[in-house]
Design a protein around this ligand. Sequence first.
Ligand code: ZN
Length: 165
Amino acid sequence: MATREIRIMGDEVLKKVCRPVKEVTPHTKQLIEDMLDTMYQANGVGLAAPQVGVIRRIVVIDVGEGPLVMINPEILETDGSQTGEEGCLSLPGKAGQVTRPNYVKARFYNEEMELCEVEGEGLLARAICHETDHLDGHMYVEKVEGEIHDVHYEEAEENEEEEEE
Ligand code: ZN
């Protein structure tokens, strides 16, 4: 298991428009492995490559249904809306209300560079929007309604306990 340093908001790399992936090399596979390890260790539901300092269009997501690796993701369709709490590993201990589509259909390449599609509702739809935004240099804080607030300590502690299991 290898984790990478998560870049924190204010880091210039988080403002870059990421480059598409043309081929999956052993180097790319290692990056994806490390991104998954980093996401799980930080107890996140998603992570984009620029968050570990790599300006490539790769995101990893796990909303509790297993890992989803998306290379060059592109949102094709959205529907409905949901407003809820959103946080980001690049802004630890904070959260804010963000409105996102409730349904998203996206196209992406898998690690074999096969074209795939995914449809998601609720948290998965939110995660796909949040992570693909990172690839264009955007953070959820630009979309927050009201104030960004601290996440309760108790909540953070609970997450830590879950992680130990
Ligand atoms: Zn994020």
